[in-house]
Design a protein around this ligand. Structure first.
Ligand code: NAP
Length: 343
């Protein structure tokens, strides 16, 4: 079977590099074009990319490709699918141009996540939201994956919300530096320091779980408070969760429910088995030991305990540029293909 050609927009960035790494040898998709900003356009990818992924070199075939501008008319003939790892304020506008030109746009950027007709997808949690693409105006469509902290958060919380109902949620994040892209935060902010997030990360962590955990047409309705902090860790976001659940279940009941969840996962190439790992070690999950679990696609949950204020507290963790970004986008692309929704 021939593989479906895809282009990577923002291919030179941190998430773009992960997309290229993880699509190398993918059974369904093949990178057929790479695109980035005017800084990189017209030069071979291998020369302009500041490759930062430990342990792997850039795919030779991709390294020889000339970087294209992010313009629909410059994509190879017959290519109709773009994975976007665009950063910067123009991401939304560029993605919109691809959508209206008939492309399927699978985006990591935040520009379209709030649009009620754009699905904010985690295939293992809300695959039914993918139906929204058929309601979008224009020739193509946009599908987004959530903020990198929100992916592990909703994977840990979805079974609890479904079975028990979340009444209130408090989230504190400990985010890795790779989450800021390359070159990312300054050494001055990150060395010997922890850095409270100066941007709108907290707003994303407060709003995105409600869209994902809600129905297609109506977000879930419970208060969420988030504080987000960057810490001097390379990969892996650790998230502290305090949650108030209906019926005040015990930590043992919460652990048992999580342990028995996700038995009937979709059969997509990227789906890890198991998806959710429960650790009983007191000092886990921790980025160094748990971020790469399930080829970077699993979520580790631990320290499920009584919270005197909210009822239950726990930690969850996932690899931010894989499960929280590139791997999440590829999983969304696989879901679209499995539903017959690719152009
Ligand atoms: P990054 O390392 O800064 O890379 C940004 C990419 O966008 C580069 O390829 C850059 O090309 C390109 N770009 C910037 N401005 C452009 C423009 N005007 N026209 C065309 N291309 C442009 O960022 P990143 O960390 O990979 O993040 C990419 C996106 O994923 C962001 O929207 C981010 O919010 C989201 N995201 C990131 C993570 C994570 O863990 N890092 C997780 C979830 C979501 P040049 O190299 O040519 O400048």
């Amino acid at each position: 079977m021939s593989r479906i050609p895809v282009a990577i927009l923002g291919a030179t960035g941190m998430v773009g590099q992960r997309l290229i790494q993880r699509l190398s040898g993918h059974p369904w998709f093949q990178v057929a074009a790479v695109a980035a900003s005017s800084r990189s356009v017209g030069r071979p990818y291998g020369e302009v990319v500041p490759w930062r992924l430990p342990g792997t070199a850039c795919d030779d075939r991709v390294a020889r490709m000339d970087v294209l501008p992010c313009e629909p008319g410059r994509m190879p003939r017959g290519l109709r699918v773009v994975l976007s790892a665009l950063g910067g304020p123009e991401a939304g506008e560029i993605e919109g141009r691809f959508q209206s030109s008939g492309f399927a746009v699978i985006s990591n950027a935040s520009a379209w996540r709030d649009d009620p007709l754009v699905p904010l997808l985690v295939p293992e949690v809300n695959p039914e939201h993918v139906a929204l693409v058929q309601k979008q105006p224009g020739l193509g469509y946009i599908v987004t994956n959530p903020n990198c902290c929100v992916v592990p958060l909703v994977i840990a919380l979805a079974p609890l919300h479904r079975e028990m109902g979340i009444q209130a949620l408090v989230v504190s994040t400990y985010q890795a530096v790779s989450g800021a892209g390359y070159p990312g935060e300054s050494a001055w902010d990150m060395l010997g320091n922890v850095h409270p997030h100066p941007g709108d990360e907290e707003l994303k962590v407060q709003t995105e779980p409600l869209k994902i955990l809600g129905a297609t047409s109506r977000p879930a309705d419970f208060p969420v408070s988030a504080r987000c902090v960057r810490v001097p860790v390379v990969d892996g976001h650790l998230i502290s969760v305090q949650v108030k659940l209906r019926g005040h279940p015990s930590p043992e009941a919460v652990a048992a429910l999580l342990e028995s969840s996700y038995g009937d996962l979709p059969t997509l190439p990227s789906t890890p088995r198991p998806l959710l790992l429960l650790t009983r070690q007191r000092d886990r999950p921790a980025p160094r030991f748990d971020a790469d679990s399930g080829n970077g696609m699993a979520v580790t949950v631990g320290r499920i305990e009584c919270c005197p204020v909210m009822g239950i507290k726990l930690f969850c963790l996932a690899h931010n540029t894989i499960r929280g970004a590139a791997g999440a986008a590829i999983a969304n692309l696989e879901l679209l293909r499995s539903k017959g929704l690719l152009p």
